[in-house]
Design a protein around this ligand. Sequence first.
Ligand SMILES: Nc1ncnc2c1ncn2[C@@H]1O[C@H](COP(=O)(O)OP(=O)(O)OP(=O)(O)O)[C@@H](O)[C@H]1O
Ligand SMILES: [Mg+2]
Length: 357
Amino acid sequence: MGFLHLEQVSKFYGEFAAVCDFDLEIEKGEFISLLGPSGCGKTTTLQMIAGLVTPTSGKIALDGRDITQEKPAKRGLGVVFQSYALFPHMTVAQNVAFGLEMRKIARSERDKQVAEILSLVRLTPLADRYPREMSGGQRQRVAIARALVIKPPVLLLDEPLSNLDAKLREEMQFELRRIQRVVGITTIMVTHDQAEALSISDRVVVMEGGKITQVDQPYSLYEHPKNNFISSFVGKSNFLAARAVNETSGVSLIVDNTDLKIPSTKNYPDGELCLSVRPEKICLTAPAEGMLQGSISSRYFLGNQWLLSVTTPAGEISVSVANLGAPPPLEGEITGLSWKIEECRIMAAEQEVIVQS
Ligand SMILES: Nc1ncnc2c1ncn2[C@@H]1O[C@H](COP(=O)(O)OP(=O)(O)OP(=O)(O)O)[C@@H](O)[C@H]1O
Ligand SMILES: [Mg+2]
């Protein structure tokens, strides 16, 4: 059994299932992200772990102990919410010391622990500042220090970086991961930012409509999404309509409205199929050499890459091209598109299957 075990946990508000049959085992020291669109039940799940929301059914166990009915204070988990709610009238050191005071830790021991944790989050020089005198990222680190100082068994973070600007947010992601590694604390972070979830988690839990749709390591999730929702939510994907035809030489896939025929050795379900291929897996070629041909309808410069939109008979296709310094093709130019067959995924077009890991 994992260190933290959620077993068939559900939360109903009347008839509405905010979270439904959430089943997950988390190992000690793991960094888990809960990823999903707004309203999919991420915060509700986190609050059930924290003890702030009572599950309608199911069981939550921490280190083998059933905590489903325990009060939040007894669980003693570290929680950081989006607003991070620091006490404005207290300095950084006082904010961090607060949880230790509540636990009646002696002054000298308290000072020692606060100093240790401030050093860990690199805030020692700012110990006597007030929250209003600090940047968003610094306040964020105070909130994390305050949650960590009580040495909780689990750290729960609800969109902790969402009100930081893009650059600071990226820095803080790695900072968060560094701190988590040093302390070795089991961490569950809620986010709706897929890049954030992929970059710092050991495993990502994708949720949709209150249910888990996939649990995987970031790389596997990106390369082997279990359905179309996940492949478009985690990274970007192009979806091409296709169908399988049986020929004497074997099965081939034919992409709708094109001559593109892809030989295959696999069996496919009858009916409409969907071929999904990521923008960065597609290469530009000379027009005659591509699997498909199209004209470039728009191009956006993203710094390290160009994002091109190409109009083809199979539909509009996004292609991302690394910026190696050379100018990209112009809008209106005809180009060929090519990709390796093993780098595209083929699913039934109407696939809405929710597969539980
Ligand atoms: N107290 C409540 N009463 C009724 N419905 C609720 C309550 N709390 C949450 N919900 C509903 O449960 C669903 C899940 O809410 P939750 O806050 O967990 O979503 P979330 O994934 O955290 O979304 P976001 O990314 O917007 O924060 C939502 O549809 C929400 O409206
Ligand atoms: Mg939320």
